[in-house]
Design a protein around this ligand. Structure first.
Ligand SMILES: [Zn+2]
Ligand SMILES: [Zn+2]
Length: 311
């Protein structure tokens, strides 16, 4: 359903349409090798070199929407090699651009550090083939907005949504998980027209969440502790999943991953928001251990209000 828009909103959306050459977000994610966390050995690698571990960098950039060798039958074979080729350089530049890193096209220390950070499994919406063309436009658009929507801007056609819990396993008790999610839903409710209520799983809920390990039959396997923390599907699918192997916490003083911060982020996806490249935003893909983002930021609020303008 196409939302109604005011003139100013339309102008923002036109800019966003230029800004965002959509890729398909629901692609199957390949498992990311845990060796990603020790990427440091690749520091300084540049185009033309062949190094052990480059293959994992390629898989990472492909999984998150930056690298595309095309749909040819050699796609996977090409991805298996350890050569730093031109396509990888282009994908790296695109990644560096999105994360406000220095755009070097090299595996420099800051880029490797960023790639090792725990993050959401939903791809960022940057298409490498368009990255250079859009590079100059990006700098102007940042002034307008950092938030993004999914391809074709899928939305809910109702504002009362019921949610239920699937399996709750791992280090946080079911009671705490329910309370954390209740607060996260309430945060979105307080800045939008949505209201949320918990129902039993058998009552056909609009939204279902839970904790899952590794391959859990939705095409996007989790990867064990670290790297991918959680993921969600676009409207009106309603699923958002936490990786049960993470060391989740509900404590503000813990050095582990804050469950409420990630729940707030994933609910944003469930409502139709993609990743923002404002690092202060809840919809920023990375959640560092020990950091807490339990309050929606202006960029998040702008995003949900543009996607669902008030009647
Ligand atoms: Zn995300
Ligand atoms: Zn899942």
């Amino acid at each position: 359903m196409a939302p109604r828009m005011s003139c100013s909103v339309v102008s923002i959306l036109v800019l966003l349409a230029i800004h965002q050459p959509f890729t398909v977000h629901s692609r199957s994610l390949k498992s990311i090798d845990p060796s990603l966390t020790s990427f440091q050995s690749l520091e300084g690698t540049v185009k033309g070199q062949t190094r052990q571990g480059i293959r994992e960098v390629k898989r990472y950039l492909k999984a998150f929407g930056y690298l595309d060798y095309g749909e040819g039958e050699n796609d996977d074979v090409t991805l298996m090699d350890n050569k730093f080729d031109e396509t990888l350089e282009s994908a790296l530049k695109s990644y560096q651009e999105f994360y406000h890193l220095k755009v070097t096209g090299k595996l420099d220390v800051n880029t490797l550090k960023q790639m090792s950070a725990p993050r959401c499994g939903v791809p960022d919406l940057v298409h490498p083939r368009h990255a250079e063309r859009n590079a100059t436009k990006h700098s102007k658009l940042r002034v307008v907005a950092h938030f993004n929507f999914f391809p074709n801007m899928p939305t809910w056609s109702k504002f009362r949504l019921n949610y239920a819990f699937g399996p709750i396993i791992g280090e946080v008790s079911p009671g705490e998980v329910r309370e954390v999610c209740r607060r996260a839903f309430q945060s979105w409710s307080s800045v939008s027209q949505f209201t949320f209520g918990e129902v039993p799983l058998e009552d056909s809920p609009d939204i279902v969440t839970g904790f899952y390990r590794r391959d859990h039959s939705d095409g996007s396997p989790f990867d064990g502790a670290y790297n991918i923390l959680a993921h969600a599907f676009t409207p009106t699918d309603g699923r958002f999943h936490f990786d049960a192997d993470e060391h989740w916490t509900t404590s503000l003083t813990s050095t582990q991953i804050d469950l409420e911060s990630v729940a707030l982020h994933e609910i944003g996806h469930v409502l139709g928001l993609a990743h923002s490249n404002d690092e202060k935003a809840v919809m920023y893909a990375v959640t560092l251990a020990g950091s807490v983002k339990r309050d929606l930021q202006q960029d998040d609020i702008n995003g949900i209000r543009v996607l669902y303008p008030s009647q």
